[in-house]
Ligand binder design. Structure first.
Ligand code: CMC
Length: 433
């Protein structure tokens, strides 16, 4: 990288000033390279939550949060949603370019022939309580996959990395569906390799061995769109978790399990579940004002779930696209009068006109409408974040692979501003009061 300018840091206490190179990306804010700061000054930077810190270089996903733009490998999310299927976008995110017809056929085939899981893995499930949260089960099962596929765990071998990549992308729908089947006490459904990626997932979720299941193509396409929208979102909390876990050389299954754990939080992927709970709690349009007042109260923990984003200070483009998919699904199912959808739209309208939300640039995010679609598709609320994990696995692996190939990569090891005791006087246990 060539430095385009320099930034000078000067001190008010007489220490000499120091210079740092500034690099420009292909688009987006410049970065000041502070890697030499400690060596040159003995000081660290302080940036909890990475508000101003670029933790890596990346060429996968670009977000312009002010304009509400999301691109993967230079293509807008709107173009990809309209023209591509799930595995085509996955190929783009992973390989850096759209596949030609032969590449697509081969990629689809390779994913398809890896969809089945080791039979012993199915027994894993019986160690969990049936009412366990699906994300708890997923963390365990995906982390446990490293114990079944240790023929491909050498992260320095590109072939091993590619096999693990295929295994994870192919098996995630299978293990997510198994999580659901275990929870409701139905038999696991083996994958069917004559079906598309999303069709196969819906069959494993909703089919039973005693009868044929025919997925509705309109619903399959709507779910496919939602999954594409969740595939990657640059350096969010779970992706950064995957990168941090991977920076120590941990195997990909362990790293993806770490990502799943981070995604589970209600401020991240768990928000889609929280939105439905919130809509349930509001119950009726007449209660919106009271709820909004609570969400604005700094003394209340309740937030308007599905609103606000660290990066988007404009309408999240994914929310708009999901709103469209929501219309398609509700129309197909004859649920246009769906009370929850109407409540969500009314809530969105009130919030978008409220000074508190306007001033803080809080707009609907991807989770605001996705739960309504999932619910209409028959997916239970507790499974919502598991579907997010299924889709995001593609992004996590692409980002993990990019990190491993980056010559600047080092073990992630943040510093701290220490404010604790430094000379505590030891008192033996018997004398402590
Ligand atoms: N409801 C009410 N107030 C909010 C909300 C909200 N949803 N989001 C932010 N604020 C307020 C916040 O209290 C703060 O107010 P003040 O300046 O008076 O202290 C201000 O807006 C700035 O918020 P912040 O918490 O500093 O912003 P952040 O970038 O740290 O947090 C967020 C981003 C997504 C965690 C937060 O907006 C939030 O908790 N939203 C609700 C949960 C949610 O929908 N999460 C899904 C995110 S999108 C899916 C994903 O990528 O995982």
């Amino acid at each position: 990288m060539d430095s385009k300018a320099k930034a000078t840091l000067s001190f008010s206490d007489g220490r000499p000033s120091v210079e740092f190179p500034i690099y420009g990306g292909s688009v987006g804010p410049d970065v000041i390279d502070v890697r030499s700061l400690y060596a040159k000054t003995g000081a660290f930077t302080y940036d909890p939550g990475f508000m101003s810190t670029a933790s890596c270089k990346s060429s996968i996903t670009y977000i312009d949060g002010d304009q509400g733009v999301l691109q993967h490998r230079g293509y807008s999310i709107e173009t990809l949603i309209e023209n591509c299927d799930f595995l085509e976008v996955a190929y783009l995110i992973l390989r850096g370019k759209l596949p030609n017809a032969a590449e697509k056929k081969e990629f689809d085939h390779t994913v398809t022939i890896h969809t089945m899981v080791h039979e012993q893995l199915a027994r894993f499930y019986s160690g969990f309580r049936r009412d366990a949260h699906p994300m708890a089960v997923l963390c365990g099962v995906v982390g446990g996959m490293a114990a079944f596929y240790h023929d491909s765990l050498d992260i320095n071998d590109p072939t091993h990395r590619m096999i693990s990549e295929f295994r994870l992308i192919a098996k995630m729908p299978t293990v997510v569906a198994m999580t659901y089947k275990y929870n409701i006490g139905q038999p696991f459904m083996y994958p069917r390799n004559d079906l598309g990626y999303v069709e196969n997932f819906m069959r494993m979720m909703f089919g039973v061995p005693c009868e044929e299941y025919r997925p509705n193509p309109v619903l399959v396409r709507a779910l496919e769109k939602i999954l594409i929208l969740h595939m990657d979102h640059e350096q969010n909390a779970s992706t950064s978790t995957v990168r941090l876990a991977g920076s120590s050389g941990a195997n990909p299954f362990a790293c993806i399990a770490a990502g799943i754990a981070s995604l589970w939080g209600p401020a991240h992927g768990g928000a889609n579940e929280a939105v439905l709970k919130m809509l349930d709690e509001i119950g009726d349009v007449s209660n919106i004002d009271r709820f909004i007042a609570k969400a604005k109260d700094p003394h209340e923990v309740q937030k308007l779930m599905g609103f606000g984003h660290r990066v988007y200070k404009n309408y999240d483009p994914r929310a708009r696209l999901i709103q469209g998919a929501c219309h398609d699904v509700l129309a197909e199912l004859g649920l246009e009068d769906n009370k929850m959808f109407k409540l969500a739209m009314a809530l969105e309208k009130v919030a978008l006109e409220d000074e508190y939300f306007v001033k803080r640039k809080l707009f609907p995010n991807v989770d605001f409408y996705s739960g309504i679609v999932y619910k209409a598709l028959g997916i239970p609320v507790s499974m919502f974040t598991a579907l997010f994990a299924l889709a995001r696995t593609v992004g996590w692996i692409a980002q993990w692979n990019e990190m491993i190939g980056d010559a600047d990569q080092k073990i992630g090891r943040p510093r701290q501003l220490f404010l604790g005791e430094t000379a505590a006087k030891f008192v033996p246990l018997a004398q402590r009061r």
